[in-house]
Design a protein around this ligand. Structure first.
Ligand code: M6R
Length: 599
């Protein structure tokens, strides 16, 4: 939710912190702040609004030192303002903390602290931690943080400094945190891009672990104070992968990266028509697949249901993770729980996964971010390998998730001893080219976007495996353009939504060739008869559709199971160009964060 970076070393701290915050802005951007420790003095600067405001303020001040922590916020407790921005200080101004997560028992802790004379300045749950550390501090920051955290219920990724100690204490439970190892310098951050320019050597802290970092090194212990063995990992992503590469927005870059991204998802996973997935358990014994995810990842899960049932012949259920975790699901040990998540950190998806593990289900993650929490808690996993996705609106991760689900379905089918359809495999290899072909319509889609940018509502309709594509198209549009949009199965409109249709209602139909095309055309006629304006995603040669459609966007044809991947491309572009024409902050839409680590 929020982004954290901390630095201790012999370089200038402020530029490193600011640069790190810029890389973490996707995690939250309603306020930001830094705290620098220099010669027994803490200096804090915080600003409401985008990071640039903080940068401008810092530029007017003479501030730096060898140790610093910084934060970019996505508000949970307390409105976005300067008082609620991090870092938070204790009463004496000697201890500073930055926090990502939620302290669930903060109101009882607040009462306790106030009873002991602490003055809590902000409306946040996070500030409590600074005061708790102050309460336990006796010339040893590490012990004080450890004691404070014994009282805390909830999730935290945390970095703490004291004006008199040349160290940063970092701790994690439920919110991601990494330690970066440099030469004569150390880092703490909530995500790799924040420190990648400085080091590729990182340690992913596990839940209930604490790190004490100083300029010369680090020590990892659990919350009981026992040393734990750490694993130093080498990051393979280059900084170049994280830059915009000449595109106006990360989202557009990521849309255009999809041919390459899908090649990377497929790489090494199909050899001589056989699927090579390293799944640690025997999938033959699975009687049911339970997919759980949120947002766009949930949409790929819905597509996964069609795919797993048709290809792998296995009953599949799909749940919003936030619902699954609380609905007391009946889970058996021969169920396979598939958790889909770009970030691998989504709190609800993680909780749903843990619920399934408790009930002894087998677990598998379909995740992009290497080393993220979900990847470390599942028995088996399929990494997307699409590189960092920075735009808050998910694009390349979505199409790669669908490809991964197809690979999983083919793998299960193969392990069951059923014949694998070579046509699907051929089409998988053709996907990157076909996506590149679909991307060629970008300029035409931009023109259509200009015509519809002032619409107030949109309907997206599709059938079969393309119904979730309609849902995803609608989600993309509302996320970044703030236009109200809904997705429906096309046949369902006559049960209600058709009442909305008039000349002001653009209706996007996904109507590529399959056994339902004729039926969808009938639904298009129903819309046309009510003067709705139709934009249709079609395959070449569909003359009948052209006659009843106002705007046609052509995409290459493929097998039904793979069509959601290609059909999503024009919908991503349509949403992007409408938002861009409206002058929206496409990569950082209001109220959203890239990684939702609170429930
Ligand atoms: O990282 P995850 O895939 O678990 O994230 C799930 C959703 O928060 C995410 O897909 C969200 O809906 C995106 N903003 C969609 O563009």
């Amino acid at each position: 939710m929020c982004g954290i970076i901390g630095y201790i070393g012999d370089k200038k701290t402020i530029p490193i912190l600011i640069n790190g915050l810029q890389k973490l802005e996707y995690r939250g951007y309603d306020s930001a702040g830094v705290c620098i420790s220099n010669n027994g003095d803490l200096k804090t600067i915080k600003k409401k609004g985008k990071l640039q405001k903080l940068v401008d303020t810092i530029a007017t001040q003479d501030i730096d030192g060898p140790i610093g922590i910084a934060h970019t916020r996505w508000a949970t407790h307390g409105e976005p303002n300067e008082k609620n921005a991090h870092p938070h200080l204790d009463c004496k101004g000697e201890i500073a903390i930055v926090h990502n997560g939620i302290i669930e028992n903060y109101s009882s802790l607040k009462k306790l602290l106030e009873k002991h004379g602490h003055k809590i300045e902000s409306d946040t749950d996070s500030e409590i931690i600074a005061h708790l550390v102050e309460k336990f501090y006796k010339d040893d920051l590490e012990s004080a943080v450890r004691e404070a955290l014994q009282l805390v219920d909830g999730a935290f990724g945390l970095a703490v400094i004291h004006k008199n100690e040349k160290k940063i204490i970092a701790a994690r439970r439920g919110s991601p945190l990494i330690i970066g190892i440099g030469k004569n310098e150390m880092f703490v951050a909530s995500d790799v891009p924040a420190i990648l320019e400085h080091t590729k050597k990182v340690i992913y802290l596990n839940d209930n672990e604490m790190a004490t970092i100083s300029q010369g090194g680090y020590e990892i212990k659990n919350l009981e104070g026992k040393r734990v063995a750490e694993k130093v990992e080498e990051i393979k992503w280059t900084i170049d992968q994280i830059e915009k590469k000449g595109f106006k927005h990360f989202m557009l870059k990521e849309i255009f990266e999809q041919p390459e991204a899908i090649s990377n998802t497929l790489r090494g996973r199909i050899k001589e028509d056989r699927i090579k997935l390293s799944v640690n358990f025997d999938v033959k014994d699975i009687s049911r697949v339970l997919i759980t995810a949120c947002g766009t990842s949930w949409h790929s899960g819905l597509i996964g249901k069609y795919i797993l049932e048709s290809i792998a012949q296995i009953p599949t259920e799909v749940d919003y993770a936030s619902e699954f975790r609380y609905r007391k699901p009946l889970i058996k040990s021969d169920d396979l729980l598939v958790a889909i998540s770009q970030s691998g950190e989504t709190a609800d998806t993680l909780a749903a996964l843990r619920e399934a593990k408790e009930q002894n289900a087998k677990t598998l993650g379909i995740v992009n971010v290497v080393g993220s929490t979900i990847t470390r808690e599942v028995e088996s996993g399929i990494y997307l390998h699409v590189g960092p996705e920075i735009g808050v609106a998910s694009t390349k991760a979505f199409t790669s998730q669908v490809v991964s689900l197809i690979l999983l379905a083919l793998h299960i089918r193969q392990e069951k001893g059923l014949k694998v359809d070579k046509k699907i495999i051929k089409e998988l290899f053709r996907l990157p080219k076909k996506i590149a072909e679909a991307l060629k319509s970008a300029e035409d889609i931009k023109k259509i976007a200009d015509k519809f940018k002032d619409s107030k509502n949109f309907l997206y309709l599709g059938r079969g495996v393309n119904f979730p594509v309609a849902l995803e198209g609608a989600l993309k549009l509302k996320e970044i353009s703030y236009i109200h949009a809904e997705g429906y199965p096309a046949a369902e409109i006559k049960h209600g939504p058709i009442a909305l249709i008039d000349e002001d209602m653009p209706v996007v139909f996904v109507v590529t060739k399959n056994n339902l095309t004729q039926k969808t055309i009938s639904n298009m006629q129903e819309v046309k008869a009510r003067e709705g304006r139709i934009i249709a995603i079609v395959n070449k040669g569909d003359k009948e559709i052209k006659k009843i459609t106002d705007y046609v966007i052509m995409v290459p044809e493929t097998v039904d199971e793979l069509s959601p991947i290609i059909n999503s491309i024009p919908l991503q572009l349509l949403a992007y160009y409408i938002a861009e024409a409206k002058g929206m902050d496409v990569d950082k839409p209001r109220n959203l964060a890239k990684s939702v680590t609170v429930e």
